[in-house]
Ligand binder design. Structure first.
Ligand SMILES: [Mg+2]
Length: 308
């Protein structure tokens, strides 16, 4: 089973009244109409052996990551977290102290973002630890006019930006300690017209493909412009650029703005983290990587494989 195919199969079969469900499956969060307001919601799971390694990372970090991944989806919509509920399947034999650590990991990062853990469910089974978090958020713009930013709003000519730097997050543990870009997303949305946005959880290449597919566009990406994290470089046998494009677990923001706003954003010292312009949205639906010499090659969804 391919995750992307399965998700688009679901999206193609979902039927909603757009007045009641303005945004259904297929974005970082769904948006439902709610008594004259809009409620955003999403669910995300963190599994031992997939998203963390309990034996190495410990229960506190596991809990933190489960909540932080969800907060990153809130950031991807430029929304404000409201609260979360968690469902946890504990391995039989886990100590009370370790179970408490999971809770504290969830709660502490939730509290940092005014997102209290307001309920949940605990079971025990003879498998590995599984944590599922459902998060709720609201549009940030009751006063500031910020609407949720979708994946589908990118248009040809938009400038493509990414926050921070990418690559190497898993091997250095950054995937456990990252700061969800909730505040930064709202600052960006207040100062710029964000046309489309997604958080980089599965790698720049894959998440860029998702954004382009949702928007019905393509992209020209300048290889030399992709911000490569120092973690991506040391002691590996793959090219740093390949790591930046394919590793994932960065939880940075990938977004587009109208061409006319790109210059101002590049020099804007009011943005509380580095943002880098990496390319341009194209009408042609291909996602293309442009090498420094000018050669163009398709950027596969799985990331770019360095050859020689
Ligand atoms: Mg996401």
């Amino acid at each position: 089973m391919r995750e992307n195919e399965f998700l688009s199969w679901i999206a193609s079969r979902s039927r909603f009244d757009a007045a009641k469900v303005p945004v259904g499956p297929g974005d970082d969060m769904a948006v439902v109409a709610f008594g004259g307001e809009r409620l955003l919601t999403a669910v995300d799971q963190a599994l031992d052996g997939v998203h963390f390694d309990l034996a190495n990372h410990g229960p506190r970090a596991a809990g933190r990551k489960a909540m932080a991944r969800n907060l990153s989806d809130v950031a991807a919509m430029a929304a404000l977290p409201v609260g979360a509920v968690a469902s946890v399947a504990l391995p039989k034999g886990m100590s009370q102290a370790d179970a408490q650590e999971i809770y504290l990991g969830l709660r502490d990062v939730g509290d940092e973002f005014s997102c209290p853990l307001v309920g949940g469910d605990v079971s025990m089974w003879d498998q590995r630890l599984a944590i599922s978090v459902t998060i709720f958020a609201r549009p940030a713009g009751v006063t500031s006019g910020i609407d949720p930013v979708l994946r589908s709003g990118a248009r040809a000519g938009n400038a493509i930006f990414v926050t921070g730097a990418l690559g190497g997050a898993w091997r250095t543990g950054r995937h456990l300690t990252f700061q969800p870009r909730v505040r930064e997303a709202i600052v960006l949305a207040m100062r710029y017209k964000l046309r489309a946005m997604i958080d980089v959880s599965d790698g720049l290449a894959m998440d860029l493909h998702r954004l382009c597919r949702a928007s019905g566009v393509g992209a020209d990406i300048l290889a030399a412009a992709v911000p490569v994290h120092p973690d991506a470089v040391a002691g590996r046998n793959i090219a740093p650029l390949e790591a930046a494009l394919g590793d994932g677990e960065d939880y940075e923001l990938l977004f587009t703005v109208p061409r006319g706003q790109a210059k101002r954003l590049e020099g804007d010292d009011k943005i509380p983290l580095p943002v880098t312009r990496i390319g341009t949205i194209t009408k042609n639906p291909d996602v293309v990587l442009i090498q420094p010499g000018g050669s163009r090659q398709p950027l596969p969804e799985t990331g770019w494989e360095h050859k020689g």
